[in-house]
Design a protein around this ligand. Structure first.
Ligand code: SF4
Length: 492
């Protein structure tokens, strides 16, 4: 494809809007996926629709659900938002009381419908549907071994690797699933559906969030608890590392496929990904982010006139910073809510201006002011520089950047789509160099200890507060070296 055509092609999906490709305007990290499961509710499809809608921020590329009435599967998957993929008539046709659903972000160049989940298979004992959030580090190695043994794959998704492992086992389904989960390494939250069972599993480190809720007699499962609030369900608890739950005609069976390892829930869920109205590990996300801002103020106070947060994820932290310092919190940056998922890729010159499609600085708030700008992370540094420049163009006399995470230096193996290490600005530059690069007057990052204390609200008994911090400190909670066959990013 010529550069000219590339320059003018219609980009679909959030790849352009929020992707991590070198041409993307917004070099933020990409969320992973979201899962939602229902056991024992006559309106499982409708509940899933609203639950998936609440998880939409975790994946805008495709959506799907599989529902069973006990005899057969009814399922639908499509590209786009939940509201675009399903309509009233379609939902009415998805009859049954058990369901699993999924929203997905694709990795760049991989936005095919065949990878949309849940994936549905026929295996020797009947129908099987699988939905997952996360990444299996050793999936390429297992896949190669399976292919050498004659297996044929239809997708590039990790999920299919697990389905093959289950299908090849001679054991009953639950034991086969346990065996399959023991063979895979990574961060994952799995929902498996048959015509009479729902199986729920979390990796032995609990890297990806997964919670259980109740609505009357029904059990619900979701990547984030905000989905339970949406459907009026009660939060019961988080699924524990290595845990495997089986729900069938006899009710809920609590089991496990592995002993829990070091608890290591993804720190970026707290910092950036999850919705502020969700709870994880007993902490509300808005409150945790506020504490990050307060801690940031204690670690790196700077005298200024206003504090502003980069919307939406940094608003809570900015409120915390302002409360702690007594500097007034103001809406110095406004997000344009209507930047949809389809854009014409602009020229390089316009790309520099492109951040304005998503964010605007409020001139009357920042003009003539010394501004503290709170943001959650710096990936390549290009977005930070553009936002600092927005504030300067709107008349800010000083822009001091405070980042509520430690420097992001290492790629993720567990479901977050990150650029190569060499593209992560903090992997090769000092804080002073990054400060200069993003055109800020000063720059500070939250310390790892500050992050752990803020997330836990003072409960830091677990190693690293029960968090994975590998993208900051290179201390990965699992094996990551599989002889060059390991997989980064998101494998959903
Ligand atoms: S490496 Fe970073 S982004 Fe990946 S799971 Fe760990 S904390 Fe989350």
């Amino acid at each position: 494809m010529s550069d000219e055509i590339k320059q003018n092609q219609l980009w679909t999906g959030d790849y352009y809007n929020q992707g991590t490709g070198p041409n993307d305007i917004f070099d933020t990290l990409k969320e992973e996926c979201g899962v939602f499961g229902v056991f024992g509710h006559p309106e499982a499809a409708s509940l899933s629709y609203y639950g998936l809608h609440a998880l939409q921020h975790r994946g805008e590329e495709s959506a799907g659900m599989c529902v069973t009435d006990g005899n057969e599967f009814h399922y639908h998957r499509g590209m786009g938002l939940v509201k675009e993929v399903f309509d009233k008539d379609l939902l009415a046709s998805l009859t049954g009381s058990l369901s699993i659903g999924h929203v997905r972000y694709s990795t760049s160049g991989d936005s095919r419908l065949t990878n949309a989940q849940p994936l549905v298979f026929k295996y020797r004992d009947g129908d099987l549907a699988v939905a997952t959030n996360g990444n299996i580090v050793n999936a390429p190695k297992i896949r190669r071994e399976l292919e050498e043994g004659g297996s044929i794959f239809q997708t590039t998704s990790d999920t299919e690797v697990v389905a093959h492992l289950i299908a090849r086992s001679k054991k009953p389904l639950v034991e086969a699933a346990k065996d399959a989960f023991r063979q895979i390494v990574g961060g994952f939250a799995f929902l498996l559906l048959t015509n009479d069972k729902l199986i729920v599993a979390s990796d032995p480190n609990g890297l990806r969030p997964l919670s259980m809720g109740r609505l009357g007699d029904a059990y619900l499962f979701a990547s984030e608890t905000c989905a339970f609030e949406t459907v009026g369900a009660e939060i019961i608890r988080d699924i524990q590392p290595g845990e495997l739950l089986v729900l069938d005609a006899d009710g809920l069976h609590e089991d496990r496929f592995a002993e829990p390892q070091r608890k290591a829930l993804c720190a970026m869920e707290y910092i950036y990904f999850a919705r502020p109205d969700s709870d994880m590990n007993g902490s509300n996300l808005h409150s945790a982010r506020k504490r990050m801002g307060q801690r940031m103020a204690l670690e790196s106070f700077i005298d200024a006139d206003v504090v502003t947060g980069v919307p939406d994820s940094s608003i809570s932290a900015a409120i915390g910073y302002a409360e702690q310092t007594g500097i007034s919190y103001e809406l110095g940056l406004i997000k344009n809510k209507y930047t949809g998922r389809t854009f014409i890729q602009p020229s390089q010159e316009l790309r520099e201006q492109g951040v304005k499609m998503k964010l605007s600085a409020v001139r009357r708030v920042v003009e003539g002011k010394r501004v503290v700008m709170i943001d959650d992370s710096i990936v390549r540094g290009t977005t930070s520089r553009r936002i600092v420049n927005l504030l300067r163009e709107a008349g800010a006399t000083e822009v001091h950047v405070r980042i509520t995470s430690p420097p992001f230096k290492n790629p993720c193996f567990y479901g977050i789509d990150t650029p190569d290490r060499k593209e992560l600005i903090a992997s090769s530059k000092t804080v002073e160099e990054i400060c200069k690069e993003i055109n800020a007057d000063s720059l500070s990052f939250l310390s790892p200890e500050g992050l752990v204390e803020a997330v836990g609200g003072g409960n830091v008994a677990d190693y690293k507060g029960g968090l994975c911090m590998a993208c900051f400190d290179n201390d990965y909670p699992t094996q990551t070296d599989f002889g060059g066959e390991e997989q980064f990013g998101c494998g959903c």
